[in-house]
Unconditional design. Structure first.
Lengths: 249, 309
């Protein structure tokens, strides 16, 4: 079984993002970029399936600017076999990404695509479901456990009330939740080895997909701030404040 | 304009997130119908029919729809989509699972986590864990939305909508339900709770989490939340996680106990009306958003608090 893992280059999760003063977006100059944390979990899951003898090849694909090669290189250093970068100049929306990934799936014929459940930049949480839709495949979203059966996949999903287990026909899509696994760090020898692994670079034009966004971003603003309140000295004072000042208990 | 709202329910009760979604889409204008898809869900349809502003409740019942599986539910929504300009769902586990699938098949770019309806085609949504708010205009003819329900009040229960039965679409039979493990609790659910007591890693163990958080929550009739660190460490189940990638809540009172206040956690609770932070580290970032902060050892403070309430 071949597994395709899409990975996205995003602002590192430790960076405190600042809105640009002119409201045109957020400040991305000289900001540390990393692989989307949910995508790291996706790469790890694919590698574990390969190490367990369930998968034969793990291909990492990123859709983004030229620097997305670094993100794919990170996946290769973790252990993915080879990489693909579909180069796009501007930000692409999940619907466009899903269309490009559909074309990549047609070329690569994976039996399983594992994606992060959301990217921590746009927080859309759409790409996996959209790709499943366009391919007509089953989807197992927000996965916290994955087991490969015979032509099927058992996926335990994190849902509102707890956990739900579904069985999917292969080929299928999985999106990862936090508890699926703890991604490995790339070791130095593996980082060196990754430099020799192949990355195919493809311009988006090759796929004939219109990357024009459907959502027009009118402005980006700071959220309403919250001011720090007061420190209270005792439980008694806290209860009194909640009762008399805030009136919430 | 005609809007279809996908109801969130468990076949027995209608979740309050549905009532909040109905009130959110009211700003779009026009008729609002609610789709209840499930099995044995007549009581849910009856509850949806009482929501103010709802014109009609569509009830689709089928074994394939009993567990909210994305593929048959998508097929059903697509069969109804031609009659609507807007398709909306709460940004709950089901809404997040199914709506992007619907949107892709309609060739529509979904607007996720709407926090404000500016006009029928323009919406505000948070990005970067709520560190920025984007105003977007959806240019597709049809709109597909998920609603971040915490910021919208529930629609009143003063309506008298009719209930109409609709046929389920053919099940694509791509997936099947195996089982579920849902937390059973008499407590209010996180998205609709008025008071939430949340615990962090400082609790130290699942036993301590139970021993110290539960009595205070019981006294207040509160729901229980947890930080990602506490869930990852196994102190609390995944469905209690509050934050960017967990549940987003905005209760009247949020009590954060032993939670340092990472931006990802703040993203899930900073719209609460009153925030209380209890933490032994007086420099913890949680104090920067708290209305009332109490510095000290939670293992002494919580029992004291329980007695004082």
């Amino acid at each position: 079984m071949k597994i395709l893992v899409p990975v996205k280059r995003v602002v590192d999760y430790n960076v405190r993002v600042r809105v640009k003063a002119d409201g045109t977006g957020v400040e991305l100059a000289n900001v540390k970029m990393s692989m989307n944390p949910f995508d790291e979990i996706a790469v790890e899951e694919a590698l574990r399936l390969k190490e367990a003898g369930k998968a034969t090849e793990v291909v990492a694909v990123s859709i983004g600017p030229v620097q997305a090669q670094e993100t794919v290189r990170t996946a290769l250093a973790m252990g993915a076999d080879r990489g693909i970068v579909v180069e796009v100049a501007d930000t692409v929306e999940p619907l466009t990404v899903a269309k490009i990934l559909k074309a990549v799936v047609a070329e690569e014929n994976p039996e399983l695509v594992i994606l992060g459940k959301q990217a921590i930049d746009d927080d859309c949480g759409q790409t996996g479901q959209m790709l499943a839709a366009l391919l007509g495949w089953a989807q197992g979203t927000f996965a916290s456990k994955v087991e490969v059966g015979d032509g099927t996949l058992s996926v335990t999903r994190e849902v509102d009330g707890g956990l739900q287990t579904v069985s999917l026909k292969l080929p299928a899509i999985i999106t990862t939740d936090l508890r699926l696994n703890e991604p490995r760090y790339a070791s130095l020898p593996n980082i060196m080895k990754a430099k020799k692994k192949p990355i195919a670079i493809k311009p988006v034009a090759e796929y004939g997909i219109d990357p024009a966004p459907r959502l027009k971003v009118l402005k980006t603003t700071e959220p309403a701030g919250r001011k720090a309140g007061v420190k209270v000295a005792s439980v008694a004072e806290l209860v009194a404040k909640l009762r008399d000042e805030a009136g919430v208990i | 304009m005609k809007t279809l709202v996908l109801a969130d329910h468990d076949n027995a009760t209608l979740k309050e997130t549905t009532a909040r979604t109905v009130s959110a889409v009211a700003a779009i204008g026009g008729e609002v119908d609610v789709l209840v898809a499930g099995l044995g869900a007549q009581a849910v349809a009856a509850a949806a029919a009482k929501l103010a502003g709802v014109s009609k409740v569509l009830l689709a019942e089928d074994a394939a729809l009993a567990h909210g599986l994305a593929e048959p539910l998508t097929a059903l929504i697509l069969s109804l989509a031609p009659g609507y300009d807007v398709l909306a769902a709460p940004a709950s586990a089901t809404g997040k699972n199914v709506m992007p699938r619907v949107a892709a098949l309609l060739d529509v770019m979904q607007v996720s986590d709407v926090v404000k309806v500016v006009s029928p085609d323009t919406f505000e949504r948070p990005i970067y864990a709520g560190n920025a708010i984007q105003t977007v205009q959806a240019t597709d003819a049809k709109k597909v939305l998920t609603i971040r329900t915490a910021g919208f009040p529930p629609a009143a229960e003063t309506g008298t909508a009719s209930i109409e039965t609709v046929a389920a679409a053919a099940d694509p039979a791509l997936s099947s339900f195996v089982g579920e493990n849902l937390s059973k609790s008499e407590r209010p659910e996180l998205p609709s709770a008025k008071i939430i007591v949340s615990g962090g890693r400082a609790l130290g163990s699942a036993e301590k989490f139970q021993e110290f958080i539960l009595p205070v929550a019981d006294k207040l009739g509160a729901a229980i939340g947890a930080s990602r660190a506490a869930v990852d460490a196994g102190y609390a189940p995944n469905d209690q996680q509050v934050g960017q990638t967990g549940k987003v809540v905005a209760p009247d009172l949020y009590i954060a106990v032993g939670i340092s206040g990472a931006i990802q956690h703040l993203a899930g609770m900073k719209d609460s009306k009153v925030i209380v932070a209890i933490n032994k580290d007086e420099d913890a970032p949680i104090f920067q958003v708290a209305d009332y902060g109490l510095v000290g050892d939670l293992f002494t403070i919580l029992p004291e608090l329980e007695k004082a309430l």
